[in-house]
Design a protein around this ligand. Structure first.
Ligand SMILES: NC(=O)c1ccc[n+]([C@@H]2O[C@H](COP(=O)([O-])OP(=O)(O)OC[C@H]3O[C@@H](n4cnc5c(N)ncnc54)[C@H](OP(=O)(O)O)[C@@H]3O)[C@@H](O)[C@H]2O)c1
Length: 329
């Protein structure tokens, strides 16, 4: 991951620095000697962002900037002087929490936010931008052949998302399309990464939406759990993948980032084997789900991306839940 990218080491900006994925990204960047400007809506909120100051090299090389994705001036102040930008911030709702106004709460910050970040990058003369999209922007595609793995040529169907009220997938798909549209018009060098469900230890103090998925399968012994696809990637592998895309000059286009494709029932069986003392679902419902394709990360792997064994991730996830006392709450 060093190689020809070392000339790009200097100052970079990470949007939404205190979030789950971004915190691991900031940690990797600081450990590699980058100076990092992080954006946060409230940098002084200890609960949300206090962990960032404790990262190795943070006291010398991390500076937080207060800004919202809809605040162009705030974004510019954070990005000016940076050679690279990692656009990570975007609303990620917990699927159990009702989103009253999805256009305002999800779509606008994701889409206008992406446009504002890229506009600020252009103004500041940034060399390269890595945009964190999602496999949510690849996978909801009813026209994709059933017998073929999903690769980077697959785009989620926006109209289908609207009709099924799949607002998160809609927000991520329109935001990524916006990024490519902007890059085509402006000539800005961008790469996008599309991770599947991200799991693994948390650096922040409160649990983010995707960290709760596995916890829910280990609590309560529910019946009739939907046996849907559960493609996943370890947050630490994802953070390294994001930096790899930044450092590799040959990285171009979209990159799916997913280590394992398995169904919920298989995942539960693996957890049950490793941790027999928890309360697992007692029955599963087979569903003909639209997301029943496997994701193909070959393009990212061909750049040198590697990932941890599933067992290691699952052990670390459960240890992390215990340390955060999440089984009790
Ligand atoms: N976790 C997954 O399974 C997964 C999978 C695929 C892709 N992704 C993508 O990865 C990125 C990070 O997700 P995550 O799991 O780390 O979620 P997270 O912990 O909830 O972090 C989201 C970040 O976005 C920021 N944000 C949200 N709305 C904002 C707004 N209006 N203005 C400014 N900042 C805003 C939040 O800032 P505050 O701290 O100020 O709230 C937070 O830092 C997102 O782009 C997400 O779509 C995640």
């Amino acid at each position: 991951m060093e190689g020809n990218g070392s000339c790009k080491k200097k100052k970079v900006c990470v949007t939404g620095a205190g979030g789950y994925v971004a915190s691991w990204l900031v940690k990797v960047l600081l450990s590699k000697g980058y100076t990092v400007h992080g954006t946060a809506r409230d940098p002084w909120d200890e609960k949300k962002n206090g962990h960032l100051g404790k990262l190795e090299n943070a006291s010398e090389n991390l500076q937080l900037f207060k800004t919202d994705l809809l605040d162009c001036e705030g974004l510019s102040a954070a990005i000016v002087g940076c050679m690279g930008v990692f656009h990570v911030a975007s609303p990620v709702p917990d699927k159990n929490v009702h989103v009253a106004n999805p256009e305002v709460e999800l779509v606008e910050p994701a889409v206008t936010g992406t446009r504002n970040v890229l506009q600020a990058c252009l103004k500041a003369g940034v060399n390269k931008v890595v945009v964190v999209s999602s496999a949510a922007a690849n996978m909801v595609n009813p026209k994709w052949p059933m017998d073929q793995d999903i690769d980077e040529t697959s785009w989620t169907d926006i109209e289908y998302c609207r009709s099924t009220k799949n607002w998160y997938c809609l927000s991520k798909t329109i935001a990524e399309k916006e990024a490519w549209c902007h890059a085509k018009e402006s000539g800005l060098d961008i790469v996008t990464i599309c991770p599947s469900i991200v799991i693994g230890p948390m650096l922040q103090s409160t649990a983010n939406a995707s960290s709760l998925h596995i916890l829910r399968y280990m609590k309560g012994g529910r019946e009739g759990v939907e046996n849907i696809e559960f493609p996943l990637v370890d947050v630490r592998d994802l953070a390294k993948g994001i930096v790899l895309l930044y450092e590799k000059d040959e990285a171009k286009g979209r990159y799916i980032c997913s280590s394992f494709g398995l169904r919920v029932k298989e995942l539960v069986e693996k957890l049950q084997c490793l941790f027999p003392d928890y309360e697992y679902p007692t029955s599963f419902n087979e569903v003909q789900h639209i997301n029943s394709w496997k994701l193909n990360s070959q393009k990212l792997q061909s750049l040198g991306w590697v990932f941890k064994p599933l067992e290691e991730t699952l052990k670390d996830v459960v240890k992390d839940y215990e340390e955060h006392d999440l089984f009790a709450s």
